[in-house]
Design a protein around this ligand. Structure first.
Ligand code: CU
Length: 579
């Protein structure tokens, strides 16, 4: 079983245990003897079963099990200790068992809430709050049931509840505040004089565009979605004037995957101020990385990109032979945008399909009718890519794959999530059960260029309750904190930096570090065995642990975030800073 499934199974068992104890207690309180005993038996079994799931999760990594071992296991033991003896010799009046069963229910529910609302890392504060909640709820139940516990027991319960509550609140609220990322640095001017310059103007504005035969309200660059395709040749200087006509929430341009100087990175509040209606900003950078990239607004990026403020950036090493076409995939108001119309080519002509996923979720691509190679991922050429046939690829949010093949005499079609987006003729084939390429096993391996790491950071991705502008929200968290409270990763110029990224949530998080490409070292402890993978966007699936590394060679303050942009907006954003 994968760690991701194990996390889900453990959660289901925990819910079953808590619900069983609480239901059993309630049934006992109203003297429904058979129901009470049945529910209590289910709860007991579920509680014991957690010993297996928690042990398995701890073996997969302490990140997955910390609060379960430290909070759920002791509270589950307390539950069994309280309820077990009462169930072994059930008294004539089942109602007298109710307080013990309810205590077991409150204790296991408290532990469950610690997992769901607090997550990683485990904290003494959260554990004590769970204890306080369980004891208080039990005391209230005692009174409601008219059970008279001994005076000593009542006093002990009161002291435990108040003590745990006060300490727990103190520890939870008093968490160290983290330094904020400095804003609005001096912007370095990347102006250069004598290189050939490619100049573009992008004007952001509200627009109406056509998607799946319907008129849809959009935010667009130059009134089109996607925005104009920007192309350059290695060695050019790219100069883009961004104007904002009427996007009230501001616009910027982020060059996704392009390791530009920090001042050109387009992150509002970090590298520049958002461009307001009537304003403009000029971006300049040297096109020294060939490959497939894209640009998008980073101002209220979740809404802005979804509404259409994005386009493709392609940098070629020189003139390319054959057909070279970009296929950005985007969903606008729930409707897929049409793919570009492609002229048919003669058999034997080399074709490069530059696939770009500009949505916030993973897409599955299947190229039917021809063998192909994956020539590049995230703009970086792969080493020794082999020929693939009837194989699908999964492209994470923000990711790019370049597929190359020689046009066959028969039709070719590209399916995205089962829908044909590009075809040179009718192709009818079921691609749903094709195997999926694992890029970690594809191509020819090379040795990792570093043997030691100057800095190592672990990022544990989860969900948790968070106060944002004094309002509680269920945030997407990193190491238990949400933006803007996640401490930055501080590095020095020249450091070799390793990130361990752990996903203990039940959803995929596509990771994206600005300004750098990271080399994949391993996934779930298994070293990458294929071509070196230099990525800027990669899916960390539930239960996965990725190790990636890079050399800190691009000074500045860089956003480091989940590229499911709704997650990024809901807390999963932090920064890499150079000291
Ligand atoms: Cu995410």
């Amino acid at each position: 079983m994968t760690t991701g499934s194990l996390l889900v199974v453990d959660l289901v068992i925990a819910v079953l245990a808590a619900a069983g104890w609480l239901g059993g207690g309630a049934a006992a309180a109203v003297r429904r003897r058979p129901l009470a005993l049945a529910l209590a038996a289910v709860a007991l079994l579920a509680t014991l079963a957690r010993a297996i799931t928690i042990t398995a999760l701890a073996r997969a990594g302490w990140w997955f099990a910390a609060e379960k071992v430290l909070v759920a296991a002791p509270l589950s033991l307390a539950a069994v200790a309280a309820a077990g003896p009462r169930l072994r010799a059930v008294p004539g009046d089942i109602r007298s068992v109710a307080p013990a069963l309810l205590f077991a229910g409150y204790a296991t529910s408290g532990a469950l809430l610690v997992t769901v609302l607090h997550g990683y890392p485990a904290s003494v504060g959260a554990g004590l709050l769970a204890v306080a909640g369980a004891v208080t709820a039990t005391a209230v139940s005692w009174r409601a049931l008219g059970v008279r516990p001994s005076r000593l027991l009542s006093r002990v319960a009161l002291v435990v509840a108040v003590g745990a509550l006060v300490t727990g609140v103190g520890l939870t609220v008093g968490r160290d505040a983290t330094p904020a990322v400095p804003h609005d640095h001096g912007f370095r001017d990347a102006r250069t004089s004598d290189e050939p310059t490619r100049r573009f103007t992008l004007t952001a504005g509200t627009a109406t565009v056509r998607a799946s035969g319907r008129d849809v309200a959009a935010w667009a660059f130059n009134a089109q979605v996607p925005g104009p395709e920007l192309t350059a040749t290695v060695g050019d200087v790219v100069e883009v004037t961004l104007r904002n006509r009427d996007i009230g929430r501001g616009v910027t341009l982020h060059w996704h995957g392009y390791d530009v100087p920090n001042s050109q990175d387009g992150v509002p509040g970090v590298t520049q101020a958002a461009v307001r209606p009537g304003q403009e900003f000029v971006y300049r950078f040297r096109a020294d990385q060939a490959g497939t990239y894209w640009y998008h607004t980073h101002s209220v990026s979740d809404v802005g990109v979804r509404m259409g403020l994005y386009g493709v950036l392609v940098v070629r090493p020189g003139p390319m032979a054959g057909l070279d076409v970009t296929v950005p995939v985007h969903t606008l108001s729930g409707l897929p945008l049409p793919a570009p119309r492609v002229e048919p080519v003669q058999a034997g002509v080399p074709v490069r399909l530059r696939l770009v996923n500009t949505d916030s979720t993973t897409h599955r691509y299947a190229l039917a009718g021809t063998a192909f190679r994956v020539a590049a991922i995230d703009g970086s050429d792969l080493r020794g890519p082999t020929s693939l046939v009837d194989t699908a690829v999964l492209i994470p949010a923000g990711g790019r794959y370049d597929l190359v093949f020689d046009a066959p005499a028969t039709p070719v079609a590209l399916f995205v999530d089962g829908r044909a987006v590009y075809s040179t003729g009718p192709v009818s084939v079921a691609t749903g059960d094709w195997p999926v390429l694992d890029p970690l096993d594809y191509g020819t391996a090379a040795t990792v260029p570093w043997s030691r790491f100057d800095r190592s950071f672990t990022l544990v991705l989860d969900r948790g309750l968070d106060l944002h502008d004094l309002l509680p929200r269920y945030a997407h968290t990193v190491n238990g904190a949400a933006d803007p409270d996640i401490p930055p990763q501080v590095v020095r110029l020249g450091d070799v930096v390793r990130f361990t990224i752990v996903n203990r949530s039940p959803i995929v998080h596509p990771w994206h570090l600005h300004g750098h490409h990271v080399l994949v070292l391993s996934r779930d402890g298994r070293p990458a065995a294929g071509s070196p993978l230099w990525l800027d966007s990669f899916d960390v699936r539930p239960g996965e642990v990725w190790e990636v590394a890079f050399r800190a060679d691009n000074p500045g303050v860089w956003a480091n975030h989940c590229h499911n942009l709704a997650h990024a907006d809901a807390g999963m954003t932090m920064h890499l800073m150079y000291s």
